[in-house]
Design a protein around this ligand. Structure first.
Ligand code: ADP
Ligand code: MG
Length: 683
């Protein structure tokens, strides 16, 4: 579709066209869906004498005087309405022309909040309009549109008049659906929202609960469902290697495990085994709270590839985690005589070359690594399964790059794992292009972590407790403050923390780990801690994900208020992995901001990752929650996952129906909402 929808559309490259493009408006059609942020009620006049302080009202009055004051430069106008009540209007920033407009004797309408001021009642920076005394009032609420500097409301309103006149507002939805959901038609909804009729329920409109809003939000959710489903189907249409569950290796591993799989692990394993046997690529998300045992599930899936003679890789976001996975997998697989390659940025060139050769020749079927797996010239001629641990730490492109590693022509099956559970509403919307398996059960014998909050004023007392606990044989993490702005500063703080703790606790063995250490140093420190040779491990957030040292049972997090909810939950998940009662102390620096207080309260009150994720979604909203994943995905502009929960399921059902039976409606919807841009989703 061309960028010009009508004769009066601003010329391509013009200032106005560029401003509109900033709002992602490229055609008149886009303007139709550029809905008001809010409304102002200019249909009524309030006599100054009856206006409540604090209320936003419109008044009509005559200018008595208007002057610029000194020394504090402001424009001060005195006005009087028909009933004889007076008011002061003040502008701190103004163009000189404003003083001319507000010449004594002129009648104006002012719209703004009534305040009790130094000069009596006043309005500061009210919106103003010159009128003839008693001029007719507008009949409808005035829409206020989202805009950008340089593009005025009046321009947007004018363009919208054109759009509403010329763009055909076709109805893509079947009448039966509209009836069943009690929703108005598209044209009616659009007119109501842009040009609310005089008798509209103002409150419902303002709160976006009006049926006209419902209709638009429903259509938006429907479009999201349709495009996600199409992306899902498109990916499913590719060929993949069918990996039959032969059981030779997977059974052998299960027999050797020192524990029995939980029933959740067995169920999820079966779901994955069935997917892997299909001749189209799996696209599955395995979610399970920290410590729910995702690694063994991944290992069993990888063995299913290996027992069919195909390759499988596991990619993890940090070197520490990748190495831990490597060691764990090696300890499980060595006795079975299955080799496994390990690739990370920290490995020496010679070692890496040797690993690469083993993979290239197909001699080695399994590999574990960091993103070195996608960065170095890794050839995986028989890649059939790619597992991504802590998938939210990777971007869309990295995941695609891993998928492209398969050179056999078929697409690898993809298993994404995450300990940040996705709330149900998000799983049904933004993640609807994935099949989801959930580990909803922890291995037996875990005791919930005991969480405490303490102000930094009690640091000395906490250090004393740490000492007592360690002398009793417990092991502890001490997590250094997060300093997002500067890695150098973060490093410095970690070193200082380590020094002070060593000084304060000379009888304890204290190690330090951070992102800048050489790979061997990290390995040595982690190994020493895991073997119980260190009492305390001072760490930056490098230990945030995945680190598994079951004996560690105490964690102190400094400046806990600086961490996000998911991060705190992940960090805390490093303890409570063994049978001992574990505790986590959140040290915070008062005073706390509102959000920080809300976050700490959530982490203090909840141990369950799903509950925490729901609260996180509530505090941060879906845009930020989704983070790295979002690039290329249509985010919702109007529908609110909490408020509009009830619309999701019907949208999902209808999406399936339309895709099967009404390609014309599908085309129309996608054109209208996305202008044919489905982005990275299709990949
Ligand atoms: P996560 O889901 O956080 O990645 P891990 O896979 O690291 O969890 O598992 C956490 C710990 O639990 C590991 O030490 C693992 O060996 C152990 N584990 C996994 N499954 C079971 C089970 N069914 N019974 C007992 N321990 C288990
Ligand atoms: Mg893990």
């Amino acid at each position: 579709m061309s960028g010009t929808g009508g004769a009066r559309w601003p010329a391509k490259g013009s200032r106005q066209a560029n401003l509109l493009a900033r709002l992602d408006i490229h055609r008149l059609e886009d303007l139709v869906l550029h809905l008001p942020l809010r409304y102002e009620d200019e249909t009524r006049l309030t006599p100054i004498g009856q206006a409540q302080v604090g209320a936003s009202v419109q008044i009509e009055a005559e200018v008595l005087s208007c002057e610029v004051t000194r020394p504090r430069r402001q424009l001060l106008a005195r006005l009087r309405d028909e009933a004889g009540s007076e008011i002061v209007a003040r502008w701190i920033n103004f163009y000189p022309s404003l003083q001319k407009q507000l010449a004594p004797g002129h009648w104006v309408r002012l719209f703004g909040e009534m305040r009790g001021g130094f000069f009596g009642v006043e309005m500061v920076h009210p919106r103003h309009r010159l009128v003839d005394k008693g001029e007719a009032l507008p009949q409808t609420l005035t829409p206020v549109y989202p805009t950008t500097a340089g593009l005025g409301q009046s321009t947007l309103r004018r363009l919208l008049d054109v759009a509403l006149e010329t763009v055909p507002l076709d109805e893509p939805l079947p009448a039966t659906i509209l009836q069943r959901l009690a929703l108005p038609g598209f044209a009616e909804a659009i007119h109501t929202l842009h040009r609310p009729p005089p008798n509209v329920d103002t409150r419902m409109l303002m709160e976006r609960a009006h049926p006209a809003w419902q209709r638009i939000k429903f259509e938006e959710l429907l479009v999201q469902q349709v495009s996600l489903r199409r992306a899902y189907n498109a990916r499913r249409a590719h060929e993949a290697v069918s990996l039959l569950p032969r059981g030779m290796l997977t059974h052998a591993l299960r027999e050797r495990l020192p524990f029995a799989l939980t029933s959740a692990q067995r169920r999820v394993m079966d779901e994955i085994a069935i997917d892997l046997a299909a001749s189209h690529p799996m696209q599955r998300l395995l979610q399970g709270d920290v410590g729910s045992g995702k690694t063994i599930v991944a290992a069993l899936a990888m063995l299913q590839a290996a027992e069919n003679g195909w390759q499988a890789v596991l990619m993890a976001p940090t070197e520490i985690l990748a190495e831990q996975h490597y060691r764990k997998l090696a300890s499980w697989l060595d006795p079975l005589g299955i080799g496994i390659a390990w690739l990370s940025g920290g490995r020496r060139k010679r070692e890496r070359e040797a690993e690469l050769a083993r993979l290239r020749s197909g001699e080695c079927l399994l590999a574990v690594g960091t993103h070195a797996l996608i960065e170095t010239p890794v050839d995986l001629p028989r890649l059939a399964l790619a597992v991504i641990d802590e998938q939210h730490r990777f971007g869309v492109r990295q995941r695609l790059a891993l998928r492209e590693k398969g050179t056999s022509g078929a697409r690898p099956h993809m298993l994404m794992m995450s300990a940040t559970p996705i709330p149900r509403t998000l799983a049904m919307t933004h993640y609807a292009d994935l099949d989801v398996s959930t580990l909803n059960e922890l291995p037996p014998g875990r005791t919930p972590v005991h969480t405490r909050l303490a102000s930094t004023a009690r640091r000395a007392e906490i250090i004393a407790r740490l000492k007592a606990a360690c002398l009793e044989g417990r092991q502890a993490y001490w997590v250094c403050p997060l300093i997002e702005e500067s890695e150098a500063l973060q490093l410095k703080t970690a070193l200082e923390t380590w020094e002070t703790l060593k000084e304060a606790l000379p009888e304890l063995r204290i190690g330090l780990i951070h992102g800048r250490l050489k790979a061997e140093e990290k390995t040595a420190t982690m190994t020493a801690f895991a073997a119980g040779e260190l009492h305390v491990l001072v760490a930056t957030t490098v230990i945030e994900v995945g680190v598994d040292v079951p004996r560690a049972s105490l964690m102190v997090i400094e400046h806990a208020e600086r961490f996000g909810l998911a991060q705190l939950h992940q960090l805390r998940g490093r303890v409570g992995r063994g049978t001992a009662q574990s505790s986590c102390i959140l040290l915070y620096e008062p005073p706390l901001s509102g959000t920080a207080r809300a976050r700490l309260k959530v982490i203090f009150e909840h141990n369950d990752g799903f509950a925490i994720a729901r609260e996180d979604l509530h505090i941060r909203g879906p845009g930020e929650f989704i983070g790295a994943r979002q690039s290329g995905l249509p985010l919702l502009r109007y529908a609110d996952l909490e408020q509009d929960d009830a619309l999701i399921e019907p949208a999902r059902e209808l999406a399936g129906e339309l895709l099967a039976n009404d390609p014309e409606a599908v085309e129309k919807l996608l054109m209208r909402w996305l202008g044919g841009r489905e982005g990275l989703l299709r990949a």
